[in-house]
Design a protein around this ligand. Structure first.
Ligand code: P6P
Length: 344
């Protein structure tokens, strides 16, 4: 790779496209539109403390969660921009119960699933939050342009064409993959450009960090408790005890673990009988992050060992338990859930 200094995300996308003579440029166009939405959201998030944009919107979303003003702003920013971009045929958002149609005459061959602003509970306390997105090719890609439907969205993670996230933290970063590695770009707000800052990201094979909400311990399966207890034991030969790192903002926890190594766990728990499969959603949280972590050399499974990117969604807002991060640490979790401890 030539000197990556000063390579903008647009240049990176075009360079990638040039490697595929069959490419029409539609995916590049889609990503470029998403980037404009990300910059718009970033500007608003970074001004939130000054503008009247903090606090509750007074609305409740499909998840039964109170919607923050910034949630609503981010959702509308993405929805409105992407509906007329001409590259997608249907969308789904964490904030909306049903599929979101695109503008008539703007139907494209891709689909978009997104969590507009994950980590809402952290918005008003200035903790990093993020946007997560997932792109598939519509099932009926050979059909003439038309509105997509739910079936176009309910595809497994391994069929994603691209996936990524934008994290609004100490700086705004965009991290995404089109299936050819994971690349990170940092926004220079003075120029309004994302520059390549983390080429070809790889997650460390083994880590020393675990991310889980230990307040839910009493609701976990025994194997999960045993695994966490094992990570806390002292054994220098296996690099234990691990350190706990949990922000309560999925994108932030995932991003840190992608860089430093780590395992994030949101298992099934018995806390809420209406949510037996944990809290996180498959389509626009677990599957896109699983796509990224696998591209970076990590693993993502459910707490009974099913590969996240193999799961065919049965509904837009389907929840799944998620164990994601460094391969060795996820492998070890799997052994515990199968009742086998790692050999010393
Ligand atoms: P808990 C934020 O609301 C979120 O959806 C994820 O970003 C985060 O990982 C998780 O919930 C935190 O959940 O139950 O630990 O507060």
């Amino acid at each position: 790779m030539a000197n990556s200094f000063g390579i903008t995300v647009s240049r990176h996308i075009m360079d990638s496209q040039r490697l595929h003579p069959e490419a029409t440029g539609e995916l590049s166009g889609l990503l470029s539109e998403l980037i404009v939405a990300a910059k718009t959201i970033s500007a608003e998030v970074n001004m939130a403390g000054l503008a009247d944009i903090l606090g509750m919107s007074g609305k409740t979303n499909i998840q039964g969660e109170k919607v923050k003003k910034l949630d609503e702003f981010a959702n509308n920013t993405i929805k409105r921009r992407m509906a007329s971009c001409g590259y997608i045929c249907v969308m789904t958002s964490e904030e909306e119960a049903d599929i979101i149609p695109v503008a008539d005459g703007c139907e494209g061959k891709y689909t978009l699933a997104f969590d507009p602003l994950d980590g809402s509970s952290n918005i008003d306390v200035n903790v990093s939050i993020g946007t997560i997105f997932s792109i598939h090719r519509r099932k009926s890609a050979d059909k003439p342009p038309s509105q997509g439907d739910e079936a176009d969205l309910l595809q497994k993670g391994s069929a994603q064409i691209a996936a990524g996230y934008i994290i609004y933290g100490s700086c705004t970063m965009m991290v995404f993959s089109t299936g050819e590695g994971v690349h990170g770009f940092t926004l220079d707000p003075s120029v309004g450009e994302f520059y390549l800052s983390h080429p070809d990201m790889k997650i460390p094979e083994k880590s020393k960090y675990y991310s889980v909400n230990e307040g839910n311990r009493r609701y976990w399966a025994d194997g999960v408790r045993s695994y966490i207890d094992y990570l806390k034991e002292e054994d220098k030969a296996t690099g234990r005890p691990y350190s706990a790192r949990y922000i309560g903002s999925l994108v932030s926890d995932f991003h840190r673990n992608l860089i430093t190594g780590g395992v994030f766990i949101y298992p099934c728990d018995s806390k809420d009988p209406t949510k037996p499969y944990g809290k996180l959603r498959l389509l626009y949280e677990a599957a896109p992050l699983a796509f990224i972590v696998e591209q970076a050399g990590g693993r993502a499974i459910t707490d009974d060992g099913v590969r996240i990117t193999d799961i065919i969604p049965d509904s837009l807002h389907q929840r799944v338990p998620l164990v994601i991060g460094s391969k060795h640490d996820v492998d070890m979790f799997e052994k515990f859930m199968n009742g086998k401890k790692e050999k010393k």
